[in-house]
Design a protein around this ligand. Structure first.
Ligand code: G3P
Length: 219
């Protein structure tokens, strides 16, 4: 499964990109508002540290407006993916952008049928928001499973990008359900390797080596 970072903070993203384990980035207007930077400037900085797809979300609600904003984003770098909302105008923009060879991420997906429509419009990525469905009393992961089944039934090549990820269980379950990508907030990404038994085991190895005077000699 590919791992994207769900953030618009270029400095945090650059730090995580240094792990070599970041496959892309997703941003949205709410994330952009958090760091107070100009959105286009932030995207430029992000594209300088990540070579995989970087999603940039349009603000216009009409197709023509979305395509005009997409042109601005497309000038930033070759790895920009245009993020459009799951509306009729958004899907029309998706078709036009795909015909132009752009990557498109269709966002704000909350139902399997919406995801099918996005795939029919040629979306590169579909973004089901699992955390927000959980918040609303539904089971977000069921949406990932149902989209996986529909896409596999008809060989749609749209990639399922699990979004609104709130913790490690979401990452684990997305991988088990066959999501192609999970986009992960910075704090969750940092916690991915955490396990108390890893810490305990490492401390015990080092204590045993110290007690026995074990050294790694360079001959
Ligand atoms: O990429 C957008 C999505 O991840 C939003 O997450 O936590 O605001 O529901 P959240």
């Amino acid at each position: 499964m590919k791992l994207f970072i769900d953030s618009a903070d270029p400095k945090e993203i650059a730090r995580l990109a240094a792990t070599g384990l970041i496959d892309g980035v997703t941003t949205n207007p709410s994330l952009a508002a958090k760091n107070g930077m100009d959105y286009v400037d932030a995207l430029k900085e992000i594209c300088a540290s990540v070579s995989g797809p970087v999603s940039a979300e349009v603000l216009a609600l009409d197709t023509a407006g979305m395509l005009a904003e997409a042109k601005v984003f497309a000038r930033i770098a070759n790895n920009i993916a245009i993020k459009v909302p799951l509306t009729w105008d958004g899907l029309a923009a998706c078709r036009a952008l795909r015909a132009d060879g752009m990557m498109v991420n269709v966002t704000l997906c909350f139902s399997p049928v919406q995801a099918m429509m996005a795939a029919k419009a040629g979306a590169t990525f579909i973004s089901p928001f699992i955390g927000r469905l959980d918040d609303a009393g539904q089971v977000g992961m069921d949406l990932i499973r149902e989209i996986r089944a529909i896409y596999d039934n008809y060989n749609f090549d749209t990639q399922i990008l699990a979004a609104s990820v709130r913790g490690i269980p979401h990452v684990r379950e997305s991988a088990l359900a066959g999501a192609d990508v999970a986009t992960i907030p910075v704090d969750v990404f940092r916690a991915l390797l955490n396990h108390p038994l890893t810490d305990k085991g490492l401390a015990a190895f080092l204590a045993d080596a110290k007690k026995a005077g074990i050294r790694i000699r360079d001959e």
